[in-house]
Structure formats: structure tokens, C-alpha cells
Design a protein around this ligand. Structure first.
Ligand SMILES: Nc1ncnc2c1ncn2[C@@H]1O[C@H](COP(=O)(O)OP(=O)(O)O)[C@@H](O)[C@H]1O
Ligand SMILES: [Mg+2]
Length: 491
């Protein structure tokens, strides 16, 4: 729609202001084209169609006014070029056609389809730039907004379109059926998904269990499992340290602690055996060793199902190189076990970072693992480890994809490292203020629309999209694990 009163101008070729009749439906997030005549030069043909995105809208003297950003220049061959940065005035501003948006997506190599763009001019796919998953990504939305469903759509498409290996920490058993195809999946997608090595680890007696190896964890992590503090538990902590040192040496812990000959072997073939720890400690006769033995028993740590024993730990499964591993934390009995497994996995991924194997680390309900206010030593350590990966993991190929309800529940040092963001329905004003402060690249007026989102609607912004946009997530192709339970109704 072009009218006589339409007016757009730019003094720097990067931003523009506009004035439109009030009846115009153009508003924040909309893509527009602006017809411009530049002074003709050798490089520039003169007439050009500038492509922009409206960011704000207000009413002034009966007109709609606001500003936007310039995204590029549409060339006669249909491609989008970087804008020349020249100032202009124009009386020709109109909603961009689908083809213009597609040209922009093509320029930015956005090919990963996750849904549909909200766009007045025909259907346009919502496409992300798959190569930009070499950054950290944050997904948030209130409970029921469709985060887990959206995460499923995104993960399926990453499985189809990339070769990026992923590990999924799944606290609600939502992704345990990601290997099962729905009939609605297209035959190409189904074919691709079927040939991938996707493993589900689950403590249900049928799947490969979710397990960790206590001895493969860092000393500080093991101490956290034992709830040992180096200062308040000085004696026990010291015994614990000597136990670790001796675990691989001859004589094992008992030898190192000066026990008489013949105590149970605490370590065999260099592997600490958690189940023999208490008896080996007792055999030393040392008071601190006795206290440590009592601690291990009282905490019930040896009864945890997660200790790998002779089986494979989660990271040993990862080492076999499957394309995706779902770790069903929801199948573990206690929160501590969930944290211990998460920590063991994160420890090992971090220890292995020098190999620079790319990996997407997906954490749903991420506030459990990387809390803004960690309550226990285990939670503190998992939080610290994720902070470290957020800060330094990128260059080693360790990329995070974190999902949670509220940004304030995630440690701020992790949030600030996320370059890609997906925001679903969010009605708390405080949360929106925080999102706006942390994610400067998400336009405030688009964030302001999120309280009015329906289920499955999302704002996508950051390095992995050509321009921030409001979208409707597409449909899943594999079976959801734990969709909402309906209220039973009569009849
Ligand atoms: N885009 C969608 N299309 C169809 N159903 C959806 C969509 N998003 C969510 N749902 C359904 O709504 C319910 C809640 O979604 P879920 O993704 O679990 O929300 P959240 O993780 O944000 O709490 C689930 O039963 C899910 O199947
Ligand atoms: Mg969820």
C-alpha cells in the first residue's frame, strides 16, 4: 500500500523514520520496502528498493509515526545487498512481499525451518541460520507457552539439516520418544531421522540406564556429592583427598591411610569402587575415615542408581559418537542424582574440550542445573560449570541451548553470554524488563508483544536470524514424551 502521505527518511542509511496514515496496519516487526532514488554513480544505478524493518509505532498529529532499521538494498536481480549507507527521503513505503523476505533469508543463509513468519503478505517460512548454533541460545516462556514443544521442533530440524551432535538433559522425560516418527512427518524428514543414531538413556529397566562414574568427576564435584566442605569438614575432607590420591596407587586408600594389610580393595584397575569405600575406610581405624564412612552411608549415596559400575556412563555413551543422546533425568529418583549426573557429564565435556568436538548441550528446565541462586553445593558446582562453558566453551565447540520459564531463574553470567534468543509467551513485566536489558538485540516493542502470544508463538532474535521476528512454531515430526495430561471429562 503506497499513499500520498507516506513519508520515509534516513539521515545515515542505517535507520529510517516514517509517517503513515493512521489506518495503516504497519507496525513493529513488519518488513517494508522503501523506494529510493539515490544520486546515480558508477557503482550505483540510482533507483533502488531499500528493505527495512519497522521497530516502533506511535500516533502523532493523526498519523502513525515511528522508526525502523535498514536491512539492505533489493537489487533488480532479486538479491539483497548490504545497504550503501546513503541518506534518503522517500514517499514510497510499502509492506515487503514474500519474495523480498526470502531474498534476505537467502543472503543470510537462513535455511533451518522452524515454523511460519507472521507476515501479512503471504506465507513465509521462519528460517534460522544453522551455522549460528555455534553460539549459546536461550529459550524462555511461561509454563504452557510451548517451550518444550518448540525445543522439540528445533532439535528435530537440527537433526535433519545439520550434522551437529547433541546431548539433551531432559528433566521431565519429554524427549524420550524423539526417535519415534509421527505419520505426519514428510517422507524425506522421516527418512533422514530414521537413519540417525539417536539414543535414549533412561532408568526404566528397558533402556540403557542413566549413569555417571563418580571417579571420573573432578575432586570438587565428588566432594559436592558427599556434601563435604573443605573448611567445616576439615578432617573428613583431608581423608577424602588422600583417598583420591591413593585410589590409583598400590595399596588403595587403605594403604595410603596406613591400615593393616587385607582391607577390601577400594580401587581395582585404577577405578574407585564406591561400594567398597565405607568398609575400606573403616578398616583404617582412623576417626576421620570412620566419619567419612558414616557420611557416605548416611547420605545413602551408594544406593543411588546412577553409579555406572561396570556399565557405561553417559559420557562413555557420548564417546561412541551417536548423533543425539537424550538423558532422561526424569527417570532418576532424586534431585541430587539428577544434579550428580548432570555435573559428571558437564565435567567430562569440559575436561575433553581440547578435542574441540562440536556439541550442542541442550538443557530443558535449565534453572535446575544453572540456577541464579544455587541452594546446595552440587547446584553451585553445576552452575559454575555451565557459567564456565557459557564464557569459554564457544571456542571449544561446546554450545548451550537452555530453556526455562523466567530469565531471572538462570544465572545472569550465563544469560549474558547467549547470542540467540527465543521468547514465547511471557506475561511478567519484570521478566520483560530483564530480557530487554540482557538481550539488547531483541527490539523492546516486539518483546512487548510477548504477553499476548498464543501457544506456539515466539519472538526470535539474535545472531541466528536475519532480523528479529515473531513466528508461529511448526509441527513436531516425532512423538512428544510427556505432553500435558487432560482433565478427564464425562462421556
Ligand atoms: N505449537 C504447538 N502445537 C501444538 N501443541 C502444542 C504446541 N506447543 C505446545 N503444545 C502443547 O501444549 C502443551 C504444553 O506445551 P509445552 O511445550 O510442554 O509447554 P512448556 O514447556 O512451555 O511448559 C503440551 O501438551 C504440548 O503438546
Ligand atoms: Mg516444558
Amino acid at each position: 500500500m503506497t499513499t500520498e502521505t507516506t513519508l520515509a527518511e534516513s539521515f545515515d542509511g542505517r535507520r529510517f523514520t516514517y509517517r503513515l496514515p493512521r489506518v495503516s496496519s504497519i507496525g513493529p516487526g513488519d518488513f517494508v520496502t522503501i523506494g529510493v532514488t539515490f544520486p546515480e554513480t558508477a557503482e550505483h544505478p540510482g533507483a533502488a528498493l531499500v528493505m527495512g524493518q519497522v521497530l516502533t509505532r506511535a500516533t502523532k498529529a493523526g498519523d502513525a509515526v515511528g522508526h525502523g532499521r535498514i536491512l539492505g538494498e533489493l537489487r533488480p536481480d532479486g538479491t539483497v545487498a548490504t545497504s550503501g549507507g546513503d541518506p534518503f527521503t522517500s514517499d514510497d513505503l510499502a509492506p515487503a512481499g514474500a519474495g523480498v523476505l526470502e531474498a534476505l533469508q537467502a543472503r543470510e543463509r537462513a535455511t533451518l525451518r522452524i515454523g511460519d513468519l507472521h507476515h501479512s503478505r503471504g506465507n513465509v517460512d521462519a528460517l534460522l541460520q544453522p551455522h549460528r548454533f555455534n553460539r549459546h541460545t536461550f529459550l524462555c516462556g511461561q509454563s504452557g507457552s510451548g517451550k518444550t514443544y518448540a525445543l522439540g521442533v528445533l532439535l528435530e530440524q537440527l537433526l535433519i539439516d545439520t550434522d551437529l551432535p547433541m546431548v539433551i538433559l531432559d528433566p521431565n522425560s519429554d524427549f524420550v520418544r524423539i526417535g519415534e516418527l509421527l505419520e505426519s512427518a514428510s517422507s524425506e524428514d522421516a527418512h533422514r531421522l530414521r537413519e540417525l543414531d539417536v539414543r535414549v538413556l533412561r532408568n526404566d529397566g528397558e533402556h540403557h540406564p542413566v549413569t555417571a562414574r563418580l571417579t571420573a568427576m573432578e575432586a570438587a564435584s565428588q566432594a559436592a556429592v558427599l556434601q563435604l566442605d573443605p573448611l567445616t569438614d576439615r578432617g573428613e575432607y583431608n581423608t577424602f583427598l588422600r583417598m583420591l590420591e591413593s585410589a590409583t596407587g598400590p595399596g588403595g586408600v587403605a594403604g595410603a591411610l596406613g591400615a593393616a594389610a587385607g582391607p577390601p580393595a577400594i580401587a581395582t584397575e585404577g577405578m574407585l569402587n564406591p561400594h567398597t569405600i565405607p568398609s575400606a575406610l573403616r578398616a583404617t581405624g582412623e576417626p576421620d575415615a570412620l566419619r567419612l564412612a558414616q557420611r557416605v552411608e548416611n547420605l545413602g549415596i551408594l544406593d543411588w542408581d546412577v553409579w555406572a559400575g561396570v556399565g557405561q556412563s553417559v559420557s562413555e555413551v557420548l564417546d561412541e559418537g551417536p548423533r543425539a543422546v537424550v538423558v532422561d533425568l526424569g527417570s532418576l529418583h532424586t534431585h541430587e542424582e539428577q544434579l550428580a549426573v548432570s555435573l559428571a557429564l558437564l565435567d567430562e565435556l569440559w575436561a575433553d574440550r581440547a578435542t574441540r568436538k562440536p556439541r550442542l548441550i541442550v538443557i530443558d528446565e535449565a534453572h535446575n542445573v544453572v540456577s541464579a541462586e544455587p541452594a546446595t553445593q552440587l547446584q553451585r558446582l553445576t552452575t559454575e560449570r555451565v557459567i564456565q562453558i557459557a564464557a569459554e566453551g564457544r571456542k571449544f565447540g561446546l554450545w548451550l541451548l537452555l530453556s526455562t520459564q523466567r530469565p531471572s531463574k538462570i544465572h545472569p553470567n550465563v544469560l549474558s553470554q547467549c547470542d540467540n534468543v527465543i521468547v514465547m509467551r511471557m506475561s511478567s513485566p519484570a521478566d520483560l524488563v530483564e530480557l530487554e536489558a540482557v538481550f539488547g538485540f531483541a527490539p523492546p516493542e516486539l518483546l512487548a508483544a510477548t504477553p499476548f502470544f498464543h501457544q506456539g508463538e515466539a519472538l526470535i532474535a539474535g545472531g541466528f536470524v536475519p532480523a528479529p521476528a515473531i513466528i508461529q512454531m511448526g509441527a513436531r515430526r516425532t512423538v512428544e514424551g510427556g505432553s500435558d495430561v487432560p482433565v478427564p471429562m464425562p462421556g
